[in-house]
Design a protein around this ligand. Sequence first.
Ligand SMILES: Cc1cc2nc3c(=O)[nH]c(=O)nc-3n(C[C@H](O)[C@H](O)[C@H](O)COP(=O)(O)OP(=O)(O)OC[C@H]3O[C@@H](n4cnc5c(N)ncnc54)[C@H](O)[C@@H]3O)c2cc1C
Ligand code: FES
Length: 272
Amino acid sequence: MSALHTTNNSIRTSQIVRIRTESPSVKTFILNDKLCAKAKPGQFLMLWIPGVDEIPLSVLDAGDNLVSVSVKAVGDATMHLHNLEAGATIGIRGPFGNSFTESRGKVLLVGGGTGTAPLLFLAKQLAAKTERISFVEGAKTKDELLYVKELKGVCSEKTLVTTTEDGTAGLQCMVTTPLAELLEKQKYDMIYACGPELMVKKIFQITEAHKQPLEASLERLMRCGIGLCGSCMIGKYRVCRDGPVFNSAQLREMQEELGISKLGFDGSRIPF
Ligand SMILES: Cc1cc2nc3c(=O)[nH]c(=O)nc-3n(C[C@H](O)[C@H](O)[C@H](O)COP(=O)(O)OP(=O)(O)OC[C@H]3O[C@@H](n4cnc5c(N)ncnc54)[C@H](O)[C@@H]3O)c2cc1C
Ligand code: FES
């Protein structure tokens, strides 16, 4: 009998080791899984919540046989997950997708909402190689600004800009306003972005106008996570297999769809 070989796509059981509350709607789950513990910044995993659904989540941190994800409660699966306690068993596949490239130069990271998670992971890795890290983080309200303490630890307070839509913390504007101002004054070796697709589209337009390089992580509906089902298509790309991180040249190729429409689970086209 041949020994069973576990691949990233094999579904494994995993225990929730710890849970941390990040904001009124976001919790971080620290899980044990040897394969996902090797994930790189930008990669995602598929989490199976027994009896409910399997959902894609970006890796917030990984190492020492543990992997963490921050989850915003938005619907059935994420709410069920929020109701679980440490010790509960869930299913896990991954890590999947590509990762951000590690620039050693002067970098700027721009995150919105839970899109900040993979960028904090990246910033921690970059901090070991470059001290020139700037971060712009945006949220709707002060309560939803995630990881501010950790971000202050990786970039100096001077290079961390926070924005809220209601003005309860930081600047009252969208993240794209300070981004445009920074790009007026400085050249970066790489700009990294993650957040809602409309935000990513605006960031792409600003970086293009300033001829500065961008790597952005995209979110699309995902089912298989491994390039088979086609639910995550954008242009000629499958976000789960070819992304989720795309560079400026690839984003240019998908302009007709970026922030305009996406596929629903039934294959129909949904406008943003
Ligand atoms: C690569 C990737 C990384 C992600 N990382 C994170 C993360 O770090 N933290 C986080 O909170 N959320 C993340 N998401 C979004 C997360 O997957 C959805 O919020 C979740 O699937 C919602 O499931 P639900 O049953 O709670 O809500 P539902 O009521 O089923 O859906 C609510 C909304 O979530 C989106 N969604 C639902 N199912 C999926 C799916 N299978 N794939 C993608 N989007 C879906 C849809 O826009 C839907 O309108 C990520 C999505 C992708 C594709
Ligand atoms: S989720 Fe199936 S092809 Fe990407």
